[in-house]
Design a protein around this ligand. Structure first.
Ligand SMILES: [Zn+2]
Ligand SMILES: [Zn+2]
Length: 93
């Protein structure tokens, strides 16, 4: 009887969530294990974080979305001010 057993295939060894290779450490954002090739080092204040490429991409998207939200909020504020000014002018005659 022959039983093939590969070392590291029993699930004890952390695997990279992106490419499936041996992981170097957990992502600081989603806690999934990633290898050195699939992680990006980012500076968060004084500490150096390693996040996976997926979280890095998501962060870039959310940053742009955040700015879009700020622009939308500013436009909304201007419209509200204009309406308020118009309404007060109309009320004052
Ligand atoms: Zn990888
Ligand atoms: Zn991640």
């Amino acid at each position: 009887m022959t039983e093939l057993r590969h070392v590291g295939d029993d699930g004890d060894e952390p695997r990279c969530a992106v490419c499936g290779g041996p992981a170097a450490g957990p992502c600081a954002s989603c806690r999934r294990f990633v290898c050195g090739d699939c992680s990006v080092l980012t500076e968060g204040g004084v500490e150096l974080w390693a996040i996976c490429v997926r979280c890095d991409r998501r962060k870039g998207r959310s940053l742009r979305g955040g700015w879009g939200l700020v622009a939308l909020w500013l436009v909304g504020l201007l419209v509200a001010l204009a309406l308020f000014a118009g309404a007060s002018l109309w009320l004052l005659g």
